[in-house]
Design a protein around this ligand. Structure first.
Ligand code: GRG
Length: 301
């Protein structure tokens, strides 16, 4: 017999599914159509629309909902959510390549370089990144000075001080035994930039106060750290279940490898508790983002 979920959780799940569908529809409009002979367009479209969690777009849209009394999401919000997912997909194309994580599978499918070749993976990634900046720069109904800030934020999140730096740290340090703080530092650099960009985008278009934006940033950082630990826990588990490498590099020095799954789960709960505190201090302690934390907490158990 199906157990009825409490209304609020049920509503939250419906909201999340509806937002995901909106993001996918809009992404489908932004991404280039893919005639059979155009491998770059096909890779961009297939790789980005492949079934992923859409966590970064959701983070942006749920933040907007919390800041705007649950109003329907704006065109600008949707466009920026798409820009984040395009950057994320671009980073996954590169992350999976032989010179990086050398993965065979992504989102349940062969990785882009395995399907289309390394040349297409690199070019498709660059094209997605360019498109993401184009989308952010033309966000509907946003005043030009705010658009400039959005583009600047996106540049910071992706560039030499953002994702690129995180990936480089991970590649260079990830295989060596490292102290806990060094692992946490790499996780922060690698996973948090797009999480913090998501909430800052929302704060900018909703014209949130400086203090609220600062707490949203703290929230996204804690959530990003929890998310990376959950990702490492899931990788460890799938490697154990199939008795071999799951296609990702599980020989890396992670918190799970260093301290074991129980201590990693404990850390997830600590990050989530701090994230919750930031939401309370931002004045949105009982909205959609708080429910998102509840969802993450259940994944940790
Ligand atoms: C800016 C194009 C560009 C590249 C920067 C390659 C690179 C340099 C960065 C990669 C950073 C990276 C792979 C971080 C991984 C973070 C992470 C936890 C990925 C998995 O994300 P999920 O679980 O995946 O959200 P889905 O498939 O659900 O979207």
């Amino acid at each position: 017999m199906a157990i009825a979920l409490p209304n609020t959780q049920h509503d939250f799940e419906r909201t999340v599914s509806a937002l995901r569908a909106q993001v996918d529809e809009r992404l489908g409009q932004w991404l280039p159509m893919a005639p059979a002979q155009d491998a770059i367009a096909t890779a961009m479209r297939d790789g980005t629309l492949a079934p992923g969690k859409r966590v970064r777009p959701l983070l942006l849209l749920l933040t907007l909902k919390d800041l705007q009394q649950d109003a329907p999401v704006s065109e600008a919000g949707l466009d920026l959510a798409c820009a984040l997912e395009m950057v994320h997909a671009a980073s996954l194309f590169l992350d999976d390549m032989p010179c990086m994580d050398n993965a065979e599978l992504r989102r349940g499918r062969p990785t882009i370089h395995r399907q289309f070749g390394e040349d297409v993976a690199v070019l498709g990634s660059v094209a997605l990144l360019s498109q993401a900046f184009g989308v952010a720069a033309s966000a509907e109904g946003v005043p030009p000075p705010t658009r400039n800030q959005l583009v600047r934020l996106l540049a910071q999140a992706t560039g030499a001080q953002g994702l690129v730096r995180g990936q480089y740290h991970d590649l260079r340090e990830g295989q060596r035994a490292r102290p806990l703080e060094a692992i946490a530092h790499t996780n922060r650099l690698k996973t948090c930039p797009l999480f913090t960009a998501a909430v800052e985008f929302a704060a900018l278009i909703a014209d949130a106060s400086v203090s609220c934006t600062r707490h949203l940033n703290g929230f996204a950082t804690e959530l990003g750290l929890a998310f990376q630990l959950l990702d490492d826990l899931a990788d460890g588990l799938s490697a154990q279940q199939i008795g071999k490498d799951s296609g990702k590099d599980v020989g890396k020095s992670t918190v799970v490898a260093l301290l074991g799954p129980e201590a990693a789960r404990q850390q997830v709960e600590e990050h989530l508790a701090r994230a919750d505190q930031h939401l309370i201090e931002a004045g949105i302690g009982d909205g959609h983002l708080a429910q998102l934390l509840g969802y993450f907490a259940t994944r940790a158990r």
